[in-house]
Design a protein around this ligand. Structure first.
Ligand code: FES
Length: 110
């Protein structure tokens, strides 16, 4: 499995009204506290899965978490630190859309 270098967090309207800004800030803070400067937490304009948000994508690992809440951040950080994926946040988005977004990211569009 490819290592995580970027965690992209949607900051468009639908995800923001559900708290994606607070999620991104908390995630950035916790990863900084753990010394994970090798990982960039970055905003993303919109993944096109707005109703499933807040959405975040781990790249190049290709993990997609949807419906992320502030209370999920600890488990997400555990995953980043080598723990298990947060299964409850996976599988909520159409596989074809996920593949399209991964291809855009592979093309450098982030
Ligand atoms: S608003 Fe977040 S995926 Fe579109």
């Amino acid at each position: 499995m490819a290592k995580v270098s970027h965690i992209l967090v949607c900051q468009n309207v639908d995800c923001r009204v559900r708290g994606s800004d607070q999620v991104m800030k908390a995630l950035s803070l916790q990863l900084a506290e753990k010394g994970r400067r090798d990982i960039t937490v970055k905003s993303y304009m919109c993944f096109g899965a707005c109703q499933a948000g807040p959405n975040m994508v781990f790249y190049p690992e290709r993990t997609w978490y949807a419906g992320v809440r502030l209370s999920d951040v600890d488990a997400i950080v555990d995953h980043v630190m080598g723990g298990p994926k947060v299964e409850a946040l996976e599988g909520k988005v159409d596989p074809a859309l996920r593949e399209l977004i991964y291809q855009l990211l592979d093309a450098g569009l982030f």
